[in-house]
Design a protein around this ligand. Structure first.
Ligand code: GLY
Length: 278
């Protein structure tokens, strides 16, 4: 029973027209990726493709349209984890490229699997990723006006027909952050998978790291808890601490969750149907 869940970030987007645009993009991208999964593509390939397509949507804070850091530079981060091999690959603070998730796929087979800054850019040249500025006029204007913007990280989790799960994530960060800040996304707090489950987080990175949330959720499923129970436990922690965080997760049985303490655009596909954020 394959399953696919994707999201376009927590962060409390309240404008109805922007929420509608987010839902439309998630539908377009989900509808393109779901047939790949049902045709037998691997969970890793599908979450990478979904995240690449999400990175290409300029209204999302990832890839093209990433928020800018304090010095006006976009530094992108992304991560991919394959539950079957339990391998994690991550890119931190990449400049001059708009699809960091495409660098994570070959990292799963590399010796050095989390690369930052100049090392990440060297990896991009090595794998032949075309240079492309991720900076849009809207983000430049927001940066000049010191607006934070409300849209967040993007990502996807999937279960393929061979029973393997994977999680992918991509972000432009918080916006206006200190140069050198690392978000939760390219860490195991933000994106994690085992043979049993895969989870991706979105929201305030410092809170996600403080909670070790993706690892905590997946480890609970590894220990025998149902995905629903594990999600309740993580959500309880988020609400108790009044954190601004959301997450998506899937397990090896095809169960999935999409939860958030703010409005979060998400869309899910399973054998029974298609579901989306209200
Ligand atoms: N969750 C993305 C960030 O805090 O940068």
């Amino acid at each position: 029973m394959p399953t696919l869940v994707l999201h376009a970030g927590a962060g409390g987007e309240t404008r109805p027209e922007r929420q509608a645009a987010i839902r439309d993009e998630l539908q377009r991208i989900g509808d393109a990726c779901w047939p790949m999964l049902t045709a037998g593509a691997s969970a890793v390939d599908v979450v990478v493709e979904a995240t690449r397509l999400l990175e290409d949507v300029p209204i999302f804070n990832a890839g093209l349209g990433s928020k800018l850091q304090a010095d006006g530079v976009a530094r992108l981060s992304a991560a991919l984890m394959c539950g079957d091999t339990e391998r994690f690959g991550g890119i931190v603070g990449l400049e001059g490229y708009a699809n960091p998730i495409l660098l994570c796929r070959p990292l799963l087979d590399a010796d050095d699997r989390v690369l930052m800054g100049d090392g990440a850019a060297a990896w991009a040249r090595e794998v032949g990723l075309p240079e492309r500025s991720p900076v849009t006029e809207e983000r430049l204007q927001q940066w000049r006006a010191r607006e934070a913007g409300r849209t967040g990280t993007v990502g996807a989790v999937a279960l393929d027909i061979a029973g393997r799960v994977a999680a992918a994530i991509s972000t432009g960060g918080r916006g206006h952050e200190r140069v050198g800040r690392v978000s939760d996304s390219p860490t195991v707090a933000g994106n994690f998978a085992s043979r049993a489950a895969a989870a991706g987080m979105t929201g305030i990175g410092e809170q996600i790291v403080d909670g070790g949330l993706a690892v905590r959720l997946v480890a609970a499923v590894d220990a025998g808890m149902s995905l629903e129970e594990a999600a309740d436990r993580v959500m309880g922690r988020i609400l108790e601490r009044e954190w601004e965080v959301g997450f998506i997760a899937v397990d090896h049985t095809g169960a999935w969750v999409a939860r958030a303490s703010t409005w979060m655009g998400w869309r899910a596909y399973d054998a029974r149907g298609v579901y989306c954020t209200g």
